[in-house]
Design a protein around this ligand. Structure first.
Ligand code: MTE
Ligand code: LUZ
Ligand code: MOS
Length: 759
């Protein structure tokens, strides 16, 4: 089977500006615009909400508060603790209190600033550690112990303990949150939402307005990026726009500007860690204990499954025989944090990498050797702390290949030589591995549906439950359908995700989009092919087993006919030319009380080598070279997968280096625009970036033996962070572990340099 690096199905539209995002949809006459009035207090009782000036502002049609909601004032995805509009009390600066609808967007935005709101302040908790100290959590803490970590720790030849912090991250989708809601006849609504989860948006609107699911259609053609930020948190915008549309009986669009978007919505959880580890003189870990404290924000949102994924990724690629992992979702008076590429996995895995880095420095060993000593085995030492056997381990071969192709050993020596002859500039070079579990950690989300229509001219339309956010899902699904029917890719087109076509869909998340929807679409196409095969056997006077579909033709030995011809004949014979398809991931088990089972269908692997140079006087640094080797199984589309790997590497590098979220002493996010929040740009990419897909057909029966690739490579840039830490260590006494926190901004780098130099 030849890999097929077809261009993204919308590439030509993306580059010409013709791709339709929600704000590009031609507005229906009578469309009104909505804006939100936000809390300026982190935690307070609302004593007066005087909206007279808002109402009197030019162009205003209606002003809405919680009291206008006919149904349930909630947009929380799991726990119902997430008000759409604040009711009596506010929990963070940026929380929407009221909405205003006006004739134009500018009028709505101007009016939204005129609310006169009085607050009675309440004590606010602003950091995860403060929440932990107060035992204030959005959900009960979770804890997993295997073996006897306490005893093993005490019995270990060596021990280390410490604390560190990793910052959060703004999703920074290029297209911001947006919803456009159009009232239809008989109390129905059509919702255009930039969302990863159309079905959840449908549910939220139904609960808000007391509607049945069959009254609300949610449509989503494409997002300009989601990155997890539109998995649950598109809901507030759908809800407010729907409430306004219901109230004024006109179409309503809600598109907050970037500042409001960043003030309102949740981000990647920042984590604080306390750990203790026991190991032997070769660096093998005997026991590890870790407390992970998250900044959950004011409500639960997806923090439960995020913490669970963090817990299930603390092991990363390493066997931990005796281990305790505790996770606490700290309740803070800040935005409610949510999904972000990796979904807690990166935060779990970076902790063990930090610990291994400390161990290596303590033992004066090459950090890669310490890692290899601890890798999961292939026959023994291969069960995760939560009890899932690791059956598909390729980390040994994968890392061996990368060590070879990146010239790791030789370049470590060169870096060491460089550092001996340079006092101000210091280099660092580092390899980190990735193991990432694929499947939703909530079992019933692991299902998908699709519809495939074959028209009489031979063209094919596919609709599935997944959403396109730039990751190439539609392209891959079309490729799968084209392959199943033996036709060329340009015969197949994907349409917008639509809750009236495929019902009860899961979020496009957990990297499972193509695994789930690809299989469902393949299943639909296979049913059509089956029916066509029977007809073709008759027409070509052969047995069904001899029939082959390829190259837009159907062949049986020497006889053949065109696909379009067969389709036309099938129509005349009254054979159904469309089908639904369904898929559910097999073999999953998870006990959420004991935190044990096999929650993942398989694991994806990878590794990266990064080389940096740090200016020890200014704290500035540069990524000089990256070598990435990533396991995408048998890739459906290597070009798209390489794009995903490189994009995740640079995005994760931003998280760990330049992207800093700052809240002031009142709890106000001060970094709420690109002027103060620095995402990586092209000049932050290294001059040398070698990206290769590791050849490794999936051992389990995934679609065309591929592996999910959306999130796992977000762990590759750990190597950048530890390369910086490595360079800093070279600036001082080399066995002192730099107390480097993430993001490794120049300030953080200088602080760590001062610490290793003892100044
Ligand atoms: N790639 C692009 N271009 N834009 C995105 O928003 N989201 C990521 C990843 N890659 C994202 C992306 C996240 S968080 C996930 S879970 C997966 O894509 C979702 O898509 P998939 O399951 O189809 O890979
Ligand atoms: N679990 C998971 C989830 O592993 N990834 C997700 O994105 C997710 N979303 C919602 C609930 N559980
Ligand atoms: Mo991705 S964080 O699972 O949307």
């Amino acid at each position: 089977m030849k890999p097929d690096s077809a261009a993204h199905e919308s590439a030509h539209l993306h580059v010409s500006g013709e791709a339709t995002y929600i704000d590009d949809i031609a507005e229906i006459a009578g469309t009104a615009h909505c804006a939100l009035g936000l809390s300026t207090q982190a935690h307070a009782i609302l004593t007066t909400v005087d909206l007279q000036n808002v109402r009197n502002s030019p162009g205003v049609i209606a002003v809405l508060t919680a009291g206008d909601i006919p149904g349930v004032n909630d947009c929380g995805p799991i726990i119902h603790d997430d008000p759409v509009l604040a009711q009596g009390e506010v929990f963070y600066i940026g929380q929407p209190i009221f909405a205003v609808v006006a004739e134009t967007r500018e009028q709505a935005q101007r009016a939204a600033r005129l609310g006169q709101i009085e607050y009675r302040p309440l004590p606010a908790i602003l950091t995860p550690r403060a929440a932990h100290a107060a035992h204030d959590y959005v959900l009960p803490p979770i804890s997993l112990t295997r073996g006897e970590p306490e005893q093993k720790l005490k019995a270990s030849a060596r021990q280390l303990s410490g604390t560190f912090d990793i910052g959060g991250q703004e999703q920074f989708y290029l297209e911001g949150q947006i919803a456009y809601v159009i009232p239809k006849e008989d109390g129905c609504f059509h919702v255009h939402s930039s969302t990863q989860h159309p079905t959840e948006m449908q549910h939220v609107v139904c609960h808000l307005l007391n509607l049945r699911a069959h009254q609300v259609v949610v449509e989503m053609r494409r997002m300009g990026g989601g990155f997890g930020g539109k998995e649950s948190q598109s809901a507030l915008f759908c809800a407010v726009a729907a409430l306004a549309a219901w109230k004024i009986k006109r179409p309503v669009k809600l598109r907050p500007d970037r500042d409001d978007d960043m003030m309102i919505t949740g981000k990647r959880h920042c984590f604080a860690y306390d750990y203790a580890v026991g190991f032997d003189n070769q660096g093998r870990i005997n026991a590890a204990k870790i407390d992970m404290i998250t900044r959950a924000g004011f409500s639960a949102d997806l923090s439960g499954p995020v913490a669970t994924r963090a817990l299930c990724h603390f092991d990363n690629a390493y066997f931990l025989s005796d281990v305790t992992i505790n996770a606490f979702n700290g309740k803070t008076n800040t935005q409610s944090n949510t999904a972000f590429r990796g979904f807690g996995g990166p935060q779990g895995a970076i902790a063990i990498e930090y610990i291994l880095d400390d161990i290596a420095r303590e033992l004066k060993m090459d950090p890669l050797d310490v890692r290899m000593t601890n890798f999961y085995g292939t026959h023994d030492r291969n069960v995760t702390p939560y009890g899932q056997p690791v059956k598909d381990n390729v980390i040994h071969e994968l890392v061996a290949e990368l060590v070879e192709t990146s010239d790791y050993r030789q370049r470590r020596r060169a870096v060491s030589d460089f550092n001996q002859s340079n006092t101000i500039l210091k280099k660092g070079l580092y390899l980190t591995p990735v193991k990432f579990g694929i499947s939703f950690n909530v079992k019933h989300f692991n299902q998908a549906g699709a519809l495939v229509h074959v028209y009489t001219d031979g063209s094919v339309l596919v609709n599935h439950g997944g959403t396109e956010m730039g990751q190439g899902l539609n392209t891959k699904v079309c490729q799968v359908v084209a392959r199943e029917l033996g036709i060329s890719l340009n015969q197949v087109r994907a349409t917008a995700a639509d809750t009236s076509k495929v019902a009860n869909t899961s979020a496009t998340a957990a990297s499972t989009g193509s695994d789930l929807n690809g299989k469902a679409a393949q299943n639909a196409a296979a049913q059509i092919r089956q029916r066509l095969t029977t007809l073709a056997a008759t027409l070509l006077q052969s047995e069904p087993e001899q029939i082959e579909f390829s190259g837009n033709h159907i062949t049986a030995g020497a006889r053949r006919m065109r696909f379009t011809e067969l389709v036309q004949k099938a129509y005349e014979e009254r054979i159904q030319l469309w089908s639904d398809g369904f898929y559910k991931t097999p073999d999953l088990s998870w006990d959420k009380d004991t935190l044990t089972g096999s929650p993942f269908y398989y694991f994806a692997y990878g590794a990266a080598v990064s080389e940096v140079v740090v200016d020890t006087l200014t704290g500035e640094w540069k990524l000089l070279r990256g070598d990435l080797l990533h396991d995408a199984g048998t890739s459906i589309n290597p070009a798209i997968d390489i794009g995903q790997v490189e994009g995740a590497y640079i995005q994760g590098m931003g998280w760990l280096t330049t992207e800093e979220l700052c809240w002031d002493q009142n709890g106000k996010l001060t970094t709420h625009a690109p002027s103060t929040y620095k995402i990586p740009a092209t000049h932050d990419c290294p001059d040398l970036l070698n990206t290769t897909l590791f050849s490794n057909p999936n051992g389990v029966d995934t679609v065309l033996r591929s592996k999910a690739v959306g999130e796992p490579p977000l762990l590759l840039p750990f190597s950048v962070f530890f390369a910086i830490r490595d360079a800093i260590a070279q600036a001082g006494q080399q066995n002192i572990s730099p107390p480097l926190q993430a993001p490794a901004t120049p300030e953080a780098i200088l602080a760590a340099i001062r610490a290793v130099k003892g100044i």
